[in-house]
Design a binder for this molecule. Structure first.
Ligand code: BG6
Length: 478
């Protein structure tokens, strides 16, 4: 294998999915705190009457407790250090720093928590990699302002980003502005705070929200670089390598369009600093009026002068496009839809597993942008069995990760500049799409079930020792 010296091996989490302590240290409610647990969570938030009101009689709210990392972060980071992490990707809960989102002054107790998390990482020489906003905004911003479609959020995010960048820039070199920004095309609730009752069904709102996020992200890049020109501030996109089902040019064209709409649009703006040439065409197809979007010349200049330094992306699955017939099996479960690919197996949740697709993704992205890439999420959500001895033999997870790491090595051979790899949910945590605990990704098992029962004790899975060897050998021993 050929992983460069200093390759950033690590793991990734997000505040709302593991911290818990949802009302401690002055934290305000976030949109994630209002998402019901269970596989129907997306269906529930898509009901026309869903208005973010918490209803303890009908629903459970697993993000309230997460895996109690808020109280156990020292134990968890010690386990990450034992695996040998070179870096740890986590996010800062916006609602800990600005509980309502629109205050002028930050919540010092919230900042103190991240002071401690960062200090703990640095104690073990683990490089922190911070996502400024990961599927979590103060609930007040969604309820009172309607989420990211409202331009007022730009200044709230700017204030938040300025506070955390100023406080941590001398300790944290790697940052990302928004998690999976492009995911809003399929589920605008988590990234943009949009549900049908505040406009999620209107593509016009989604594109306006994106523009506002592009501007806010560019401001974060500007602030960061003014503090320290060496800071590395990336975007973060959900990338699903997309194939045409066959050689039919109709499907090939549909694949190209799907790539533009989903895989490339946000990255093109954030990396190249300008809207791509195909913008008006995809907007027209989506029924969005470009003239009605609130976009100023000043904002376009800001985007142009503040592109990101690297491309962070998540990769779990590929997608296959077939538009000429309705008589074909869909890939049930695939986050971004598409038809079933006969060459691929799927995870327990129907996500189509495709390691070669990762090599293709790395080549496509590097070829397109010529900037360093960082795989900040990848992994297998699976049901794990723990035995009486607290052993979890997750060979299926090891196989999945091994094949993806081999694909990364292949891409490095192809000439791709890859900075690092942080598999998702390095410790079991609450699933974003289903709110389940039983959908586990970790090297570390957490004793907690979907109903919220369990000791919350942590146990090392078989993959824990395996990943330890991978990191120690810098990817030589898989
Ligand atoms: C990504 C998100 O979509 O995938 C994470 O950035 C999420 O927040 C991860 O947890 C896995 O998805 P899920 O739905 O299995 O938790």
């Amino acid at each position: 294998m050929n992983f460069p010296k200093g390759f950033l091996w690590g793991g990734a989490t997000a505040a709302n999915q593991l911290e818990g302590g949802y009302q401690e240290g002055g934290k305000g409610l976030s949109i994630a705190d209002a998402l019901p647990g269970g596989p129907d969570r997306f269906k529930i938030v898509q009901q026309p009457d869903f208005d973010w009101t918490l209803d303890d009689q009908r629903y459970t709210y697993p993000n309230h407790v997460g895996i109690d990392h808020y109280h156990r972060f020292k134990e968890d980071i010690a386990l990450f250090a034992e695996i040998g992490f070179k870096c740890y990707r986590f996010s800062i809960a916006w609602s800990r720093i600005f509980p309502q989102g629109d205050e002028l002054e930050p919540n010092e107790a919230g900042l103190k928590f991240y002071d401690d998390v960062i200090a703990e990482c640095l104690k073990y020489k683990i490089e922190p990699v911070i996502t400024i906003s990961h599927y979590e905004m103060p609930l007040n911003l969604a309820k009172k302002y309607g989420g990211w479609q409202n331009k007022a959020l730009i200044k709230f995010y700017e204030r938040f980003a300025r506070v955390v960048l100023t406080r941590y820039h001398d300790q944290v070199k790697y940052w990302m502005t928004f998690n999976e920004i492009n995911s809003a095309l399929h589920f605008p609730v988590m990234g943009q705070g949009l549900v049908p009752s505040n406009g999620a069904n209107e593509m016009q709102n989604i594109y306006q929200a994106w523009h506002n996020q592009f501007v806010a992200g560019a401001l974060a890049v500007k602030i960061g670089h003014e503090l320290d020109s060496q800071l590395q501030i990336g975007c973060m996109i959900l990338y699903a390598t997309t194939y045409s089902y066959d050689a039919n040019p109709i499907n090939q064209l549909a694949t190209l369009k799907q790539n533009q709409r989903f895989n490339y649009f946000c990255g093109d703006v954030q990396v190249r600093g300008q809207y791509p040439v195909y913008t008006k065409s995809i907007l027209k197809e989506a029924g969005v009026d470009w003239q009605q979007l609130d976009i100023t010349q000043e904002e376009l200049k800001l985007l142009k002068t503040n592109p990101v330094d690297y491309i962070g992306f998540s990769y779990y699955m590929s997608s296959t496009v077939e538009v000429t017939t309705a008589d074909i099996e869909q890939a049930s479960g695939n986050l971004i839809g598409g038809v079933k690919n006969p060459f691929l197996k799927a995870s327990d949740w129907g996500w189509q597993i495709d390691p070669i697709g990762l090599r293709i993704a790395l080549n496509e992205l590097y070829d397109r942008y010529q900037k360093p890439l960082f795989i900040v999420e990848n992994g297998l959500g699976a049901v794990d069995q723990i035995d009486d001895q607290h052993q979890v033999n997750d060979d299926y997870r090891i196989d999945y990760l091994r094949e993806h790491i081999q694909a990364m090595a292949g891409a490095i051979d192809d000439g791709v500049d890859l900075m690092g790899y942080t598999p998702w949910g390095c410790i079991d945590l609450v699933s974003a799409s289903t709110g389940q605990m039983s959908k586990r990704y970790g090297f570390i098992y957490v004793d907690l079930d979907d109903a919220g029962h369990g000791t919350l004790d942590r146990y090392r899975k078989k993959s824990f020792g395996w990943y330890q060897t991978v990191i120690k050998s810098n990817g030589e021993q898989l």
